[in-house]
Structure formats: structure tokens, C-alpha cells
Design a protein around this ligand. Sequence first.
Ligand SMILES: NC(=O)c1ccc[n+]([C@@H]2O[C@H](COP(=O)([O-])OP(=O)(O)OC[C@H]3O[C@@H](n4cnc5c(N)ncnc54)[C@H](OP(=O)(O)O)[C@@H]3O)[C@@H](O)[C@H]2O)c1
Length: 286
Amino acid sequence: MGLKSEVRSRKSGVRRQDLQKLWQNINQVAMKKSALITGGSRGIGFGIAKALAVEGYDLAINGMREESLVTGALDELRSYDVEVIYCRGDIGDGEARAEIVEKTIHSFGRLNVLVNNAGIAPRKRFDILETPEESYDLVLNTNLKGAFFLTQLVAKRMIEQKNTDSGFTACIINISSVSATVVSVNRGEYCIAKAGLSMATQLFAARLGEFEIPVYEIRPGVTATDMTAGVKEKYDKLINEGLTVQKRWGYPDDVGKAAAALARGDFPYSTGQVIMVDGGLTIQRL
Ligand SMILES: NC(=O)c1ccc[n+]([C@@H]2O[C@H](COP(=O)([O-])OP(=O)(O)OC[C@H]3O[C@@H](n4cnc5c(N)ncnc54)[C@H](OP(=O)(O)O)[C@@H]3O)[C@@H](O)[C@H]2O)c1
């Protein structure tokens, strides 16, 4: 029943409980939260998108592929009864970033959660003595510069929303990697980008503290996605030999659960912190 007809039926003697329920529904719609997830149509980003859909977030999913190629993923997210839009664009590009944010805020009226997840591995692994500049530039541009400037853009909008609505809650989550601290000399540019993202997390956490916008970092370990499909056998063997304490691959849902807990506010006094989702890979052992 629409609002007008509800109000009309009130005059004709509608029950008090029905009206209460109606206001509850109106409030729920007004309070609905939204999240922007870069690289959210597959892999870890999709795991995060599903976990936030379960929490009731409307979703803006960003990625590089054409929308027609990701409709299956978008429809799966819609099955959680949330609104889902697709914002195609390269997060390494300034104009695209602005369009992504505008489209999200125009569609949902607000943006409560930003998840900087999109990232690439070097197209080819080179020993750092041979890393080509193009590979360095591409990986840093996507994995670090893109996330840094998207955060800058979104943070300003979040501050505006905080200033106009005291009940508005927001947070930012960066998906880095164990590579922020674990050295791989055959993909140095990836490690440097992730270490930089880790510092960006602390910088924005410090800057946005006064606005009560927490910024967190999730550091996944070896996770089963398209990114790692090409090195599956290598990591099957390493995991079997004890690379991780928990003897299995990580899954996108593992990261999704951590992101949902952060977005829900389950870590209210931990801004700037790192949540490890690596099955114990980084525990130093003798
Ligand atoms: N898999 C792992 O073992 C692992 C471990 C630690 C950390 N991580 C990090 O987790 C994040 C997700 O990785 P994943 O394994 O899920 O990778 P993935 O399966 O390769 O997915 C990457 C996603 O990022 C998007 N993307 C790539 N470049 C983009 C750009 N310039 N602009 C916008 N979107 C872009 C892709 O868009 P399209 O779908 O449109 O191509 C895709 O959705 C990355 O930051 C990665 O570094 C992964």
C-alpha cells in the first residue's frame, strides 16, 4: 500500500499498529545505508559485496568490465533484496573516480561505506632488478593512487553528510595484502603498492578521526580468486607444506565476513588497525 492511500485509510479508521508499522518502514527506507565496493563483481570484492548485502546495504559495484558481462553477479546481489547499481570505470583515472562517486550518491542519496578493493597483480612477474617502469606505473596507479584519491573524494562527501546529519555513520575499508609486509622479489611493485596502502589507511584514519569516520585495513593472505588461478598448483603445494597455520586457501567470504564486522561497527575503538585474514601465514614460526 502506498503512503497516500495509507494516510487516507487512517481517516477511515486504520489500526494504530498498522500506522506504527508504516512509520517503521518509512524510517527503515530513510535510514538505508549504501556501500561502494571497487572491483566488487568478482573475487574478494564480490565476497565483500555479498556480506554487505546480507547486512542490508544498497550497493554500488565498480569494475572495469562492461555491465553486460557482470549482470549475473549483480542479479545475485539483488536477490538479497537490496538495490544494486554498477559504476563502470578505471579507479586509476581521476574523471572516472568522480563519475563513480557522483553516480553512487545520486542513486542512493548517501554513501556510508567505501571499500577500496580493486587491485591488479603485475601482468608479468619480474625480478626487481628487471621490473619495467610501465608495470610499476600501472600497479601503483591502480592499487595505490586509485585508492588514495578515491578515499580523498569520498571522505569529503562523508564529512559533508556528517555535518548535515548527526546520525550519519560512515567508514572506509582498504583491502591490502600480506604483501604489505611479506617480500616477493618477483613482484616488488605489488608489495610497494600494498605497503603504501597500509600507510594511506593510517593517514586517513588520523585525518578523519575528528569526524568519527574510522578507516581500517584488511590484509588477506592467499585467497582463491581469478587473480591467483594461475598460481594454484604452486600455492596448493605451499599450503600443504605449512605456509599457513590453517591448512586451506582463503576464500572471498572470509574477507567478506571481516568487512561486514567492520562496517557494522563491531570494532568501534580500532581506527587505523589491520585485520589479518591470512590463515596465520604471517605468524613467525621456528
Ligand atoms: N587473491 C588473493 O590472493 C589476494 C590476496 C591479498 C590481497 N588481494 C587483494 O584483494 C583485492 C581483490 O583481489 P582479487 O583476488 O579478488 O582479484 P580479481 O579476482 O582479479 O578481481 C579484481 C577486481 O578488481 C577490478 N579492477 C581491476 N583493476 C581495476 C581498475 N583499474 N578500476 C576498477 N576496477 C578494477 C576488477 O574489475 P573487472 O572485474 O571488471 O575486471 C575485478 O573486479 C586486490 O586489491 C588484491 O590485491 C588478493
